[in-house]
Design a protein around this ligand. Structure first.
Ligand SMILES: Cc1cc2nc3c(=O)[nH]c(=O)nc-3n(C[C@H](O)[C@H](O)[C@H](O)COP(=O)(O)OP(=O)(O)OC[C@H]3O[C@@H](n4cnc5c(N)ncnc54)[C@H](O)[C@@H]3O)c2cc1C
Length: 316
């Protein structure tokens, strides 16, 4: 059986937890899992990946100076060809969106992003379309296959294995016109929305940028990420990276809290698969109230400080 390549993402030197769900999704039928790690330390990562069934870690070293999607994608494609990997799965994350299409282009392979289900034998995937109203099943043909999995669609399940480390050095083509001059934070906080178990989002009801601090204060106690409706983004209160919805990030957390958000179809398209949805709204008839698991009818400016105080006392 062909080994499956996993494009591993890191945050602050640690393997991102969303990779473990990806490994779990790829592991069916005891497939060999090959983790591709680019310009990161495989030392600590090896044990973390072994816990989820990875049997080979490819330590890819490039001569790029930091994050460079063009060089990293070329290195991944070269490593896949060297090792004989024809199927690669990565995350549909900001880094995945940069890397996976480039890898696919290099290998002349079909690419499907935002997959919610992947059948690795039949090369068929499921992905949501039309604002989440339909699920498309798409079959791919080719010699190589590249998939971007939506984070958190598969719960991680441990399956301990022992992994060997394979070194792979890649010298970049300096004829490339691509050079990363500077990398800046998007200001959206510490967590990427799609990979968070808990998300607290604010909408027009937050009234201004400063009031988002109320959400960040609660989020800190829950290790949650903070999201937003498009209105909050369009008003310039928060960066676009925080937008949840049809034209923003699609999330699948364990808990989604919508604060001062009415629950438009377009917002729902991005969060309706959350396991538990909680709404805080002054309007008992807001659409979100009929589409959530729990709601509080009340003023967020009363509820959020009280919630923050309660969370602080629990965490004390
Ligand atoms: C093509 C297209 C794509 C779109 N994509 C997206 C998308 O990706 N994401 C997205 O979010 N939207 C998207 N939209 C916009 C969407 O249609 C809505 O306009 C938007 O979601 C509404 O945002 P909101 O819920 O914050 O604001 P509103 O609909 O104005 O709701 C604000 C809510 O806050 C409540 N509220 C007010 N004050 C308080 C208070 N003090 N305490 C508690 N509650 C309070 C109100 O009762 C109300 O329910 C898109 C629209 C289009 C046409």
């Amino acid at each position: 059986m062909q080994p499956i390549g996993l494009l591993i993402e890191f945050k602050d030197g640690q393997v991102k937890p969303a990779n473990f769900g990806m490994a779990t999704a790829a592991r069916a039928d005891n497939r060999q899992l090959v983790a591709l790690v680019v310009d990161e330390s495989v030392g600590d990562a090896k044990a973390a990946l072994e816990a989820y069934g990875v049997t080979c870690v490819v330590d890819i070293r490039t001569d790029s100076n930091g994050w460079n999607p063009a060089v990293h994608a070329a290195a991944v494609a070269a490593a896949m060809q060297k090792i004989g990997i024809t199927t690669l799965i990565g995350l549909t994350s900001p880094a995945g969106r940069e890397l996976l299409p480039r890898v696919a282009a290099r290998l002349d392979a079909p690419l499907l992003m935002d997959c919610i289900d992947i059948d690795l034998d039949a090369h068929r995937v499921k992905t949501s379309q039309y604002s989440g109203k339909t699920i498309a099943a798409i079959a791919m043909t080719g010699t190589h296959f590249i998939y971007g999995l939506r984070a958190n669609v598969v719960a991680p399940v441990e399956a301990p294995a022992a992994a060997e480390i394979v070194d792979f050095s890649f010298a970049a083509d300096h004829g490339s016109a691509f050079e990363v001059i500077e990398t800046r934070s998007d200001g959206s906080g510490s967590q990427y929305l799609a990979e968070s178990d808990i998300i607290i989002s604010g909408g027009r009801g937050m009234k201004n940028a400063e009031n988002f601090k109320l959400l960040f204060d609660c989020a800190r106690h829950l290790n949650a990420a903070v999201g937003a409706s498009r209105v909050a983004v369009d008003n310039g209160w928060v960066p676009y990276a925080m937008q949840v919805g049809q034209t923003g990030v699609k999330v699948n957390p364990k808990v989604y809290m919508a604060v001062g958000i009415s629950g438009s179809i377009q917002h729902f398209a991005g969060m309706k698969t959350a396991k538990t949805i909680i709404a805080i709204n002054t309007d008992a008839n807001a659409a979100i109230m009929g589409n959530c698991d729990y709601y509080v009818v009340g003023d967020l400016f009363d509820i959020l400080p009280a919630l923050e105080a309660a969370l602080a006392s629990v965490n004390r």
